[in-house]
Design a protein around this ligand. Structure first.
Ligand code: ADP
Ligand code: ZN
Ligand code: ZN
Length: 742
């Protein structure tokens, strides 16, 4: 027998291997094997098997198999093929994303020997000539409870041998215990809430359930305002799937949401829920994966890559906050979008897919208008909770009046925080920048201290008193005393990071209890969980943080949201920057007043007349989306066109420029509706020591309805030229449906 194997390399080929007779009965499509490749042994995926081959040369043999059972079902296999084609990525590379090489169904959690005293009264005469055994038995009796044998390692070098001897004489009980990796990452208290679905909730749920019952692909966009009970709908829909013998995947955009929302699922479904995200330990990951394959986990709640969970009989996929850009994998290839993959997986498995948000992506908003998605709406907050009142504060005017330049808190925000502290209500403060000061610059010549590897200003972190690059992690332990350019000693920190806001809050409100949540404090799921729990339990008055705190969280007592600077990122040269700011402001507002007491939101801005800020402050999704869509249409941006970004990068700036120019000049536009932008240097021209240029292709959906013209053109006119360009040390990659052009 012969097997066709795909390896995780950047070539589109598969390779033929001979199957040794001993493995003949084990080899099948969809399992992984190890085989010699070049001068190494590499893991690859069997994509086909043949009885004969017309290959003339000598064929290498497969060494051994990785999986003892088929780990890919038919549909996941089709998904790999689709992703490979759509994202123009070799099949082996896609397979590696779906099946990380460290995962195996053969995984066995560690075991350990445990010992405890026997129920019979010990007969010491049995060990009168064995002092070590006597010593150990005494120690075991003293423990009273079952404990690991290894704990007695101080008394003897081989505690297990001694315990075995004691066990043989019936003096102790010895047992082996499987060490199940600790499934931390949930915060949950058993639900004592009785659900009483409103009329509109019932309607939504009814439609979703009808989709599942039909056993046909049913794609929905659930547009529900913040606090309308979307999460309760997910739980009820998952229950429906389980009742019908099906499984479900729930995708969350942010690790900060997994403890709280995962916890809500845990309290509803107990041990059949597994979490899946990037901060799991390798053991927990392997264990979770095995339990998904075996069918013990029927519900997976997790981040982007949970969309590949190998669940059988998948009935429902929920994508919460579907507009979030964290669903897009930026690197390495395949640069997929989990929301789009969810729709395809749903189609392949005849499942129901619910894309949910208070602020859907413009794509989904447009797709429901095009009848590609079924629109579901929850227009009101649950239980009569009202929408918060928003106050926009013009910080320019504020400064003129107060005469204080660079003011962080407006008078109004201070007043409102003070008021909440007095009333023992909670506040959430958003500052979407971490660190202490995002910029260090020279007062004489204006020079900004940049990362040596990236075109990004270094951020000052007070906790380590050093400068850090938030992109590549470069760290300078001390601050420069003089300007690297003009030698002046007038170096100043400017801008506001969360650490500085925290410091100012502490000074202004010395008795307030403040928690800060950003990438620097949420270094592990345990820490994150603890912070959120503390806040939920009312052990703090103010939760300050980056966009991590803006979405999805549900707290009883929050009645104020303050946005320190709504303009952060407003002027970035990207066609989505407006949409992102709108969503951030809207979502942050959504954290307040989720129960009886109405909430208030303070939006501080230097651009109160900017249409994005204005509409966000009015909390009016449709008004803003219609404007944003007409802008996109005018400029032929997605969702009105297909977009592909070709990125060139390399350490030598000239070579990058040359190869981008060379490629561009070799392509001629032969069709109306197709546009090629660039090559141009990316907004962040240099990252991790590599210069970056991009060419952007846009193909109008009017002339190219399913994007196949663009795809074929790239395949015919661009792909074949890449390998010769790559030889000059420039790497080139495709990004299909890029979420950002920076
Ligand atoms: P969303 O996810 O849309 O922001 P949630 O699902 O968090 O909204 O709902 C907001 C609050 O209202 C939650 O505390 C939730 O438990 C409660 N809630 C929503 N729907 C119901 C219902 N039908 N019965 C009881 N409580 C509900
Ligand atoms: Zn200077
Ligand atoms: Zn850097």
């Amino acid at each position: 027998m012969y097997a066709e194997i795909a390896f995780p390399i950047s070539s589109y080929q598969t390779f033929t291997y001979k199957v040794p007779e001993s493995l003949d009965s084990h080899i099948q499509v969809g399992i992984r094997v190890r085989a010699p490749f070049g001068n190494r042994i590499v893991q690859g995926l069997v994509v086909a098997t043949h009885k004969a081959t017309d290959f003339k040369g000598t064929l290498k043999e497969i060494n051994d198999i990785v999986d003892d059972q088929r780990i890919l079902d038919h549909n996941l296999w089709k998904l790999i093929q689709w992703m490979s084609k759509y994202y123009m990525t070799p099949i082996g590379q896609v397979a590696r994303t779906i099946l990380p090489s460290k995962l195996s169904t053969k995984y066995q959690p560690q075991k350990q020997w445990m010992v405890q005293q026997s129920i019979i009264v010990p007969d010491w005469s049995l060990i009168k000539n064995a002092p070590v055994q006597a010593l150990l038995l005494k120690a075991i009796l003293k423990k009273k409870e079952i404990c690991p044998v290894s704990e007695f390692g101080l008394l003897t070098s081989s505690p297990l041998t001694v315990c075995r001897a004691l066990s043989d004489k019936g003096l102790v009980l010895l047992s082996e215990q499987v060490l199940i990796p600790d499934a931390t990452g949930f915060t949950f208290k058993p639900l004592d809430k009785t659900l009483n679905f409103s009329a509109s909730q019932k309607e939504v749920l009814h439609d979703i359930e009808a989709g599942m019952v039909s056993n046909k692909y049913s794609p929905f966009v659930l547009h529900g305002v913040t606090g309308s009970g979307k999460t309760e709908i997910y739980i009820a829909a998952v229950q429906h799937a389980l009742d019908n013998g099906k499984t479900a995947i729930v995708l969350l955009p942010e690790i900060s949401l997994t403890p709280q929302i995962g916890g809500r699922f845990r309290s509803a479904f107990g041990d059949s829920v597994g979490l899946w995200h990037s901060k799991m330990s390798p053991a927990l990951r392997a264990w979770t994966w095995k339990r998904m394959c075996s069918g013990d986990f029927k519900v997976i709640v997790g981040a982007r890559s949970a969309i590949f969970a190998p669940l059988k009989n998948l009935g429902l996929i929920v994508v919460d906050e579907e507009q979030e850009s964290s669903y897009k994998q930026e690197s390495p290839a395949p640069r997929y979008h989990a929301r789009d993959v969810a729709l395809v997986r749903g189609r392949l498995t005849n499942a129901t897919v619910v894309l949910a948000s208070a602020t859907p992506s413009l794509e989904s908003y447009y797709n429901q208008a095009q009848n590609k998605l079924i629109y579901l709406n929850l227009p009101d907050r649950y239980g009569g909770a009202v929408y918060p009142q928003v106050h926009v504060v013009d910080m320019k005017q504020e400064q003129e009046e107060s005469g204080k330049y660079g003011q962080v808190f407006s008078g109004l925000l201070l007043e409102k925080i003070e008021d909440r502290l007095a009333k023992k209500e909670q506040s959430i403060i958003l500052q979407n920048r971490r660190g202490y000061a995002p910029v260090m610059h020279c007062f004489s010549c204006g020079e900004i201290v940049m990362c040596p590897n990236c075109q990004i200003a270094l951020t000052y972190h007070k906790t380590h008193r050093g400068l850090q690059c938030h992109f590549c992690g470069y760290y300078a332990p001390s601050m420069p005393q003089e300007c690297p350019s003009c030698r002046s000693d007038q170096m100043k920190l400017s801008g506001m990071g969360t650490q500085r806001v925290e410091e100012l809050l502490e000074i202004t409100f010395p008795t307030a209890r403040i928690l800060r949540l950003d990438q620097d404090t949420a270094t592990s799921v345990a820490k994150l969980t603890k912070t959120l729990e503390k806040f939920a339990d009312g052990e703090a008055d103010i939760l300050l943080g980056t966009q991590m705190i803006a979405k999805g969280l549900d707290f009883d007592r929050v009645t104020l949201a303050g946005i320190i600077n709504a303009d952060t990122g407003l002027f970035l040269p990207d066609f989505r920057s407006g949409e992102r700011i709108f969503q951030l402001v809207y979502q942050t507002a959504g954290r307040t007043g989720r129960r009886e007491i109405p909430g208030e939101v303070i939006v501080q801005t230097y651009n109160p007349e900017n249409p994005v800020i204005k509409h966000a402050a009015q909390l009016h999704v449709k008004n803003y989306y219609n404007i944003a869509l007409s802008d996109r249409q005018e400029l032929n941006y997605p969702p009105f066109s297909w977009m592909v970004k070709l990125e060139f990068s390399g350490v030598n700036k000239e070579k990058v420029e040359q190869s981008a120019e060379k490629l561009r000049s070799s392509i001629t536009i032969r069709r109306k509706g197709l546009e090629i932008l660039g090559p141009a240097f990316c907004y962040r021209e240099k990252l991790r020591g590599r210069y970056r240029m991009q060419i952007v292709f846009k193909s109008s959906k009017q002339t190219d309805p399913n994007g196949s013209y663009l795809r074929n053109m790239l395949k015919k006119d661009v792909m074949p030229k890449l390998s010769s360009l790559k030889r000059s040390g420039v790497s080139i990659h495709f990004d299909i449906d890029p979420v950002s052009l920076m």
